[in-house]
Write a protein that binds this ligand. Structure first.
Ligand SMILES: CC(=O)N[C@@H](C)C(=O)N[C@@H](C)C(=O)N[C@@H](C)C(=O)O
Length: 620
């Protein structure tokens, strides 16, 4: 079954098309959701019904000054007549419908929809609390109802993309009675519920509400028959003796259970690797299938009857596809893979992981003894005695992580002769919860100093041209790039930044994540908070704009016109400041692009201009 905006949904049986339905013209709901935040498309166990998520139908509206009906246009006469004249509401054409922000624009009120294949009719589920937005739904055992994640959207919606800390819970709605029951905590954030093959248990990820937007999660399990919930794997504050640093994946693979419904597979960042972990749901024991492998990053694509399909890669080797059977419990070390699609490591790129402990004076008093790391890529062919130019790349988030996987842009830059330093400063995912908690309130200092400490440490290795160093970053990575050129003027000879956070005090009022500005500046957030001048002053003081007067480094800015996360005015504010200071600055403006700048035009043009900007200003 497939259905895209406006195009018909088709139902096939093997190689025969059974039905073609245009879900939208049936006029029961708005656009079908195809995202991985709310979206789903799931057959009932009986394979007679299809569950999906769509935008709630909005009332037909007319202006108070609507003239008499001027007759329908020819094509409107074809409109399917509803069984009663559709209610028309006057004066609501300009009603504001808040949405779920970046990458979820115009998605406001999702509804659960069930298509009866035989009858070709659609039921929009009633009975779901009106203050909840449902998504990630699936059929309960025996198809008696639907299980879903519900996000509270009162008093207002905030950005949901990359924000696993939004208050949400697991719910069950019974199809016969329409009764809706809450299955998990009332005061946490949940996602990725996954039903076991024996239809007895549901695992899901759970973490705290507000606070860091991505963090260490608990793996919880709900027993369908006893209605009991257990914590299978709890939050890990500091790395355990075996190195396990906790589960900090923002979602579980669509299929993640072993055939015997005893174990769950999770692809999870562990420091700067992404490993395939097997969790025994009866003991909570966590075993890695891949930690001894050369490849730095593994992703579970699917598992069925213990046959796993995975993708794995390294910074110098593009992704390849592999299959393998999950070994019996206790024999995970005997894991063997068959490669379906061989890819070749790039012989002209070498990579290594570097671990750093901050100097004593930079230790975090509240969370002492934390370390961090970086991934260094270097061209293998260097002219004798030649010194390499270096591009420093801190990640965004700030609570995300750069794992040892294939990144096309960094591989190409390396092939062009650049060494690349990908920095996972304190506050990154995959190092335990304390590492994450160490950063909020310390942005603009701890993270900036960690990046500079990593750069200084690498330069001490020798072989790098200290006069040819550039910094590149997006979003919070752009925040760090702008801080670095302000706090270490003259050190970086070029800066490239994509949708950078430049001033938290002016961002907080126009971003879809105002809570992020508060939390990362060191404050608690709640929805009825009123900002005081002191709050704004602290946000300003932690922002790169505070240091702009010291900047000498030429800056290339790339901004997405439709960015709801870090509005483009942030980049323009920094651009104007540099223009006034007569610092060389160039701004690339990408219409139709949002925070990710990932459309082909922005990504391709952005890469070329970034590379040329660096070549020009490193005088290569
Ligand atoms: C962890 C994380 O991504 N936090 C989100 C609230 C977020 O969108 N942060 C942005 C400021 C950011 O830096 N995003 C990164 C992931 C990016 O590159 O877009």
């Amino acid at each position: 079954m497939c259905s895209c905006e406006g195009s018909p949904g088709q139902i096939w049986h093997k190689n025969r098309k059974l039905k073609c339905l245009n879900l939208t013209t049936l006029n029961k709901h708005g656009k079908v959701y195809e995202d991985d935040q709310f979206g789903c498309m799931v057959w009932s166990h009986s394979e007679t019904h299809l569950l999906y998520v769509a935008e709630k139908k909005r009332p037909k509206t007319e202006s108070y000054f609507q003239g008499p009906e001027t007759g329908l246009l020819a094509d409107e006469e074809e409109t399917i007549k509803t069984d009663k004249k559709e209610e028309t509401v006057l004066g609501q054409q300009f009603e504001y419908y808040e949405d779920w922000g970046e990458a979820l624009v115009r998605k406001s009120s999702p509804v659960l929809c069930v298509l009866d294949i035989e009858g070709s009719n659609i039921t929009v589920l009633e009975g779901i609390p009106t203050n909840i937005s449902p998504g990630q739904a699936f059929w309960s055992p025996n198809d008696t109802g639907l299980v879903f994640v519900g996000w509270w959207h009162e008093p207002f919606r905030l950005g949901l993309k990359y924000c696993a800390n939004r208050r949400s819970s697991l719910f069950y709605v019974d199809l016969a009675s329409g009764k809706c029951e809450q299955l998990s905590s009332n005061s946490s954030a949940v996602c990725s519920p996954r039903l076991s093959p024996d239809l007895c248990r549901i695992v899901y990820l759970e973490c705290g509400v507000f606070g860091p937007h991505l963090q260490c999660s608990r793996l919880c399990m709900f027993d369908w028959y006893t209605k009991q919930t257990s914590v299978v794997v709890d939050v890990v504050q500091r790395a355990k003796e075996d190195g396990f640093t906790g589960i900090c994946s923002s979602m579980l693979s669509p299929r993640c259970w072993s055939a015997d419904s005893q174990r769950v597979l999770i692809s999870c960042p562990q420091r700067c690797r992404k490993d395939l972990l097997v969790v025994d749901t009866s003991t909570g024991e966590v075993t890695s299938l891949t930690s001894q492998s050369e490849e730095g990053s593994w992703s579970l694509l699917n598992i069925h009857r213990d046959l796993m399909v995975v993708s794995c890669s390294s910074p110098n080797c593009p992704p390849d596809l592999r299959v393998g059977f999950l070994p019996a419990k206790g024999s995970e070390s005997k894991m063997s893979w068959v490669t379906l699609e061989e890819t070749q490591p790039q012989a002209d790129i070498s990579w290594q992981t570097l671990n750093f402990s901050p100097p004593p004076e930079e230790d975090n008093r509240q969370y002492p003894g934390l370390d961090f790391n970086a991934i260094l890529l270097k061209p293998t062919e260097v002219t004798t005695g030649g010194k390499l130019p270096l591009i420093v790349m801190p990640h965004g988030g700030p609570h995300s992580v750069l794992v040892s996987e294939w990144y096309l842009s960094t591989a190409v830059l390396c092939k062009m002769g650049f060494s690349i330093l990908l920095v996972n400063y304190r506050g990154s995912l995959g190092f335990g919860q304390d590492n994450i908690y160490s950063l909020p309130g310390n942005i603009g200092t701890q993270d900036v100093k960690d990046v500079q400490f990593a750069v200084d440490s690498v330069l001490k290795q020798g072989g790098f041209d200290e006069q040819k160093i550039a910094v590149v970053g997006g979003s919070h990575g752009g925040f760090l790039a702008c801080h670095l050129i302000g706090q270490y003027p003259e050190f970086y000879k070029a800066c490239v930044t994509r949708n950078p956070v430049t001033n938290l005090a002016t961002m907080v009022g126009c971003t879809d994540i105002p809570d992020w500005c508060m939390v990362e500046a060191g404050y608690e957030y709640n929805t009825d908070i009123r900002l005081e001048p002191a709050n704004l002053e602290q946000m300003l003081n932690k922002s790169p704009i505070k240091h702009v007067s010291k900047v000498k480094t030429p800056v290339l800015l790339m901004l997405g016109e439709d960015d709801k996360r870090v509005p483009s005015k942030q980049g323009i504010e920094y651009y104007r400041a540099l223009k006034a200071l007569q610092v060389p600055v160039r701004l690339l403006w990408y219409p139709g692009n949002n925070h990710s700048l990932s459309k082909v035009d922005a990504e391709s043009d952005g890469f070329m201009n970034a590379a040329l900007w660096i070549i020009q200003h490193l005088s290569l």
